[in-house]
Each structure stands twice: as C-alpha cells, then as structure tokens.
Design a protein. Structure first.
Length: 317
C-alpha cells in the first residue's frame, strides 16, 4: 500500500487544527510532531478535543523527543551529552592541532572569539544537515572561498572526531536517528501529523524523508492560502509555500503519493468583511474591483506603551 502525504492549508489556525485533530481521532495510533515550545499546549488542546482516553493514543513529540523515542527502542545513546563549555575546549584543541594545515584562518588560531564563531558555525552546518566533507567540496573553488572551505572542513572534521570520542553531540541526534531508521522500522504502524511549523532545518527535512518512507500517512498543517507560490517569492506565504514544495519533492523521492491539499475554512468567521478582504489582499496593490467593504484604519503609535495622539492615517479597502 502506497504511503501518503497530505497538506492541510488555510489562514485560520483553529480551522486547520480542527481538521487535523479530527483526522488524528480516526487513527488507532499516531504521532503529533510540533516545535518544542508548543509541546505542552498541543497536549492540552488534544486532551480537550479528543478526551483523555483517546488522547492516550497520540504521542506529542518535538524532533528531539522523537529522536529520544527512537534511541530508547533501538539504542543509539551511550555517553554524556556535550555542553557548550566542552565544545569550546574541543574546538580550541582541534584548531591548535591542525594549525599547520590551515591557510586562510592560520592567523586566527589562538583567538577566543574565533573559536566561539567556529562553534556557532558548526551548529548552523549541523542544523542544515551539511557535513564537513560536503563543506570540503567547495575547497576546489578558486581564491578565498576555496581556502576558507578547505580550512573549515579540516577543523570541523577533526573537531567532530574528537567530540565523538568523548561525548554525544545533541545536534547530531537527528542524523543518528535517521541512520537507525535506515535499517529499522519505526513508523509503519503510526500515522504522523505535523503542526505549528513554517519551515524546517536541513536535518529535520532528512527526518521527514525517513518518516515519509515508512509512515502510511503523513499529514502536515501549513499556514498558507495555497501550496503554490504565484507571487515570485514576494507573497505573505511565500516562505511556507517553499516549505510545501520541498516536502512535496521529499514525498516523491520517498515514493509517497501527494494527495490534494485540504483547505480549512472557518465555519463561523464573524470578522468584518473589510478585515477578511485585507487578509486576502494584504500585499496586493489594490483590492478586487467592485467591492465596497467599508474602511480599515491603520494607527501608527509613537511608542510601544503610548497611545498615538496623531490623526490616524486611513486605508480604504
């Protein structure tokens, strides 16, 4: 049976969540993946919507908690997680050890601020899912770019080798979990739902690819009016629409079918028509012709805690 990816789209958060939770209620067992900061709120909302008994069939997870679940089932955590201080010490040691191999950054080897920047850069690369070897591919470029890439690849390769000998880096949890999933089944009996994201890191996309390969249903809620961007990247929802495009490609690469998106509309939208029109045409030069919806006023305050005494500037719909 073919695995499925389905988007729930729309600009009304409550309407999207209602459809998502209704679909969750149809499943015997499910994961709901949300950003870490939304975990508690999502558990509370699920309990209110599904009831205590049914909500027990749903496990609310962030990506980090999902990795921990995979590690608990298949192994993969053996050691102490590395803290920021240890990372700085290891990066300094790696930098000193490969000093003679460096060209562009040789003069920065003993600078503490530079070590901090390297740790930050390593974090960004891991979040993006880029390995030192992949970074090293740019070393073939001419000039400064090639020298920088070669130096950074050398330092990060040694740094990660030293780190892995003594610690576990939480930034590589998703990478290690994906390696486990390449040889083990974790999602085939689970429907997976994703909520409250506007985008994903490179490593999170790799996890989603692994999920799409195994889970019979992956349903993702996205705040946008369409999964296709017809504004050339300048629209209010362009970022989210790019996310949808990447996810659609991931699904196809994983062999999953992409179903027609479900558009969530509010059943009892009591907002004035002018507000609805403003939302729909926020970045357009003008509202569709023929509409007379009243007026919307924009007031520019003089400060965050002050009321503006100036005469409001008006924008008619």
């Amino acid at each position: 049976m073919e695995n499925l990816l389905r988007f729930i789209i729309g600009t009304n958060e409550e309407a999207r969540r209602k459809i998502l939770y209704e679909d969750i209620a149809k499943e015997n067992s499910a994961f709901l993946i949300v950003p870490e900061q939304f975990s508690f709120e999502s558990e509370k909302l699920l309990d209110e919507f599904l009831g205590t008994q049914k909500s027990r069939d749903v496990e609310v997870l962030s990506f980090s908690r999902l990795c921990n679940s995979i590690f608990r089932k298949f192994g993969g955590v053996a050691g102490e997680y590395c803290d920021d201080t240890a990372k700085l010490l290891l990066m300094g040691a790696a930098l000193s050890a490969c000093e003679d191999e460096l060209k562009y950054y040789k003069k920065n080897v003993h600078g503490a601020p530079f070590i901090q920047k390297l740790v930050a850069a390593d974090t960004e690369l891991k979040n993006a899912g880029i390995s030192p070897a992949e970074l090293g591919a740019f070393s073939e470029s001419d000039g400064t770019l090639g020298e920088k890439a070669a130096d950074l690849s050398t330092v990060f390769e040694l740094y990660n080798t030293m780190l892995e000998k003594s610690y576990i880096d939480p930034l590589t949890d998703i990478k290690r979990a994906c390696e486990i999933l390449s040889e083990n089944d974790f999602f085939s009996e689970k429907a997976v739902f994703v909520d409250n994201f506007t985008g994903f890191t490179g490593s999170e996309y790799k996890m989603l690819r692994a999920i799409l390969e195994q889970a019979p249903l992956v349903e993702i809620s996205l705040c946008c009016d369409s999964v296709y961007d017809r504004t050339g990247g300048t629209g209010l929802f362009s970022k989210t629409q790019r996310t949808a495009g990447k996810l659609e490609k991931l699904a196809k690469d994983a062999g999953a079918a992409v179903k027609t998106p479900v558009f969530a509309e509010s059943e009892n939208d009591r907002r004035p028509e002018a507000i609805i029109d403003l939302e729909e045409n926020f970045l357009q030069s003008s509202s569709p012709k023929g509409k007379n919806l009243g007026e919307v006023r924009f007031i520019k305050a003089l400060g965050p805690t002050e009321r503006s005494s100036a005469r409001p500037k008006r924008a008619t719909s």
